[in-house]
Design a protein around this ligand. Sequence first.
Ligand SMILES: Nc1ncnc2c1ncn2[C@@H]1O[C@H](COP(=O)(O)OP(=O)(O)OP(=O)(O)O)[C@@H](O)[C@H]1O
Ligand SMILES: [Mn+2]
Length: 339
Amino acid sequence: MTLNYAFGFSVILLLLVAVNVYFFYTFTGLSKPHSFPVPSKLELAPDIFKDIFDQLNYLPSHYKVKNPKYLPVQRRLLQSFQVPSDTNTRSLWQDAQKWSNEETLFPRTYGAPGQILHAIRTSPIALVDNAPKGSIYAGFDRHNSEVFAYYLASVLNFKWIAPSTIRKVHVRNDVVPFATAGLKMTMLKNESGSHCIYGKCYYCKPNETVCPDNNGEIEGAAILYLDKQFGIHKYEVYKDKIVLVDNGKGLGNPAVDEMDILAPLYQCCILSLSTWLQLEMVPGGSLTDTIKLISATQGETLATEEHFRAVERRLLKIYATVQYCIGKHGRAKVLKSTF
Ligand SMILES: Nc1ncnc2c1ncn2[C@@H]1O[C@H](COP(=O)(O)OP(=O)(O)OP(=O)(O)O)[C@@H](O)[C@H]1O
Ligand SMILES: [Mn+2]
């Protein structure tokens, strides 16, 4: 009898606690429109993160809807990626030396990027070798991330990056006959007789090879080689502009947004005005819509929906970080047209 009573009482107590907890969450939820709780692992981190997440939760609504001014810009950009039917790749390469100037590394006018990508994807292979560079290893690269980075840069009007596209090569037909002796030394045949490649880099080893698929092909990123002398400050520059090379580590875990990557922004709180105006053109899904549309002109699907959603979510965090900076220092100190 006493036991039954105690059991019943405990159940009531448990129910009371549960109801309390429920109301606690409901009330705190009502008091603040928080869709982005500050991640718990940041609780010990500087107040900066709390301030940025506050900005994020009260972001003005125009950062969440499409900017109508972007439509004509998007149309022109997509036109530049169209692949013209009469592309003469041979004459295109003859002009390649003249492509770069003070403003850009390669032409971006009507059809030019489309022609260049088409040439990179279809020109016959003349020689295959290992790249002489490459040092730091932090897991395998994801080749579609290289292409994604190039399209992202194109949407943001960033000109200092090499054109890049997905290309499949047939190893037996397109690679082996044109391979240098150095490359052949880093190739081996697997048990099914396929030519596999382990390449040449600090961490490359014969038991970690890349092998062709059932069609005898390997898919990779074909990136235009910029035959220029880069200045090295740990990052690389050409004509005093930072060149975005080595973009194969993108498209990692779409569920985690590493806020530390924004440290240069929230610590220095300086951003080029043109970059900011460009970012303000592409909220509300325009950024990833455009990347998808560019990829479609090249017949590519570069990332999962989860990755595209992550890019949109991270864009909101960039808006929030810039708002945090402007709130702290004022617009004139944060957004600079000259440095
Ligand atoms: N498109 C390009 N045109 C000219 N040079 C390039 C290009 N891409 C990369 N490089 C040069 O080759 C170097 C190595 O390239 P990258 O960093 O992409 O290779 P990686 O194998 O990923 O190297 P790491 O292992 O060091 O990250 C770059 O630092 C740059 O100097
Ligand atoms: Mn790398």
